[in-house]
Design a protein around this ligand. Structure first.
Ligand code: NAP
Length: 249
C-alpha cells in the first residue's frame, strides 16, 4: 500500500487531495493545525468510502513543529504498515495575507513565509529519509504569482518563494527517480470563504477563467492525483497551471 502525507488536509483543497489519494489506494496522514474536528471529519469521510487515514497535528512556525509533525506521521505509519516509508508528500497547507503594501509588517511576512515557504522546504528536507526511490512530492502554490494585486504582496512573495522548491529539489532528487512538481491553482472554492457564496462575486471570478467558472477543490485534487501516479513519472521540476485558463491574455 502507498502512503501519503497531505498538509492542511482538514478542509478545502487539502481535504479533497487526501480523499483523492485515499481513493487511489493510499494510506493518508491528514495534517491539520488547529481544526481537530475538521481533520477527524476528513478521516471519517475517507474511511466511510473504504479508505485508510489518520490525523496528525502541527502548527507550522511554532517551536519544534517539524519534529511534532514527523513524530506523529512516523508513528502513525509504523503502527499501520510496520514501516515509516512515505511514498507521496503533498505540501498544501497555506495561509493568506491580505494587507496593503504600506501596512504589511515584518511580523506579517515572518508568519506568511513560515507557513507558505519555509515549512514546505523543511518538511521536504525532513521527509527525504523516509521517501523511497520513485516517490512523489507535490507543492501547492497560487496563481497570485502571475499578476499584480498590491494587497496580496506578502502572500504572493511567499508563493513566489515556494515555487523555487520544485526546480532545485527536482535536480537534487532526480537520480533517485523522485519527482517534485508545483501545482498553481487559480481561484478555487474552498468551501469556507464567503466570497464564493455571493453570486455577483462568483460570476465576476468565473469570468477570469477561459473555462468560465470558479475552480472546485476536486479540480486541483485530480491533478495532484495524476502527478502522484506512475503515469506522471516523466514530469519533474514543473509548474502546472491549474486555473481553468485564468488570465491568459
Ligand atoms: P483553507 O481551506 O484555508 O485550508 C487551509 C489549511 O491549512 C487547513 O487545513 C489549515 O489547518 C492549514 N493551516 C492553516 N494555518 C496553518 C499553520 N499555521 N500551520 C499548519 N497548517 C495550517 O485553504 P485552501 O483555500 O484550500 O488552500 C489550500 C492551498 O491552496 C494553500 O496553500 C493556498 O495558498 C492554495 N491556494 C488556494 C486558492 C483558493 O482560491 N482557495 C488559490 C490558489 C492557491 P486548520 O484547518 O487546522 O486551520
Amino acid at each position: 500500500m502507498k502512503t501519503a502525507l497531505v498538509t492542511g488536509a482538514s478542509r478545502g483543497i487539502g481535504r479533497a487531495i487526501a480523499q483523492r489519494l485515499a481513493r487511489d489506494g493510499a494510506l493518508v496522514a491528514v495534517h491539520y493545525a488547529t481544526e481537530a474536528d475538521a481533520a477527524a471529519d476528513t478521516v471519517r469521510e475517507i474511511e466511510a468510502n473504504g479508505g485508510q487515514a489518520f490525523a496528525v497535528q502541527a502548527r507550522f512556525g511554532a517551536p519544534g513543529y517539524v519534529d511534532d509533525l514527523f513524530d506523529a506521521v512516523e508513528s502513525g505509519l509504523k503502527s499501520r504498515t510496520g514501516a515509516s516509508t512515505l511514498d507521496i508528500l503533498v505540501n498544501n497547507a497555506g495561509i493568506k495575507l491580505v494587507r496593503d503594501p504600506e501596512e504589511t509588517t515584518r511580523q506579517d511576512l515572518d508568519e506568511v513565509f513560515d507557513v507558505n515557504a519555509k515549512a514546505p522546504f523543511l518538511i521536504i528536507q525532513r521527509a527525504v529519509g523516509l521517501l523511497p526511490d520513485g516517490a512523489r512530492i507535490i507543492t501547492i502554490s497560487s496563481g497570485i504569482t502571475r499578476f499584480g494585486n498590491p494587497q496580496e504582496i506578502g502572500y504572493a512573495m511567499s508563493k513566489g518563494a515556494v515555487e523555487q522548491l520544485s526546480l532545485h529539489w527536482a535536480k537534487h532528487l532526480g537520480p533517485r527517480g523522485i519527482t517534485i512538481n508545483t501545482v498553481v491553482p487559480g481561484v478555487t472554492d474552498n468551501g469556507t470563504e464567503p466570497v464564493f457564496r455571493d453570486p455577483q462575486i462568483r460570476a465576476h471570478l468565473s469570468e477570469m477563467a477561459a473555462l468560465k467558472r470558479v475552480g472546485e477543490t476536486t479540480d486541483i485534487a485530480d491533478i495532484v492525483g495524476f502527478l502522484a501516479s506512475t503515469d506522471a513519472r516523466w514530469i519533474t521540476g514543473a509548474l502546472i497551471n491549474a486555473s481553468g485558463g485564468a488570465l491568459l491574455d
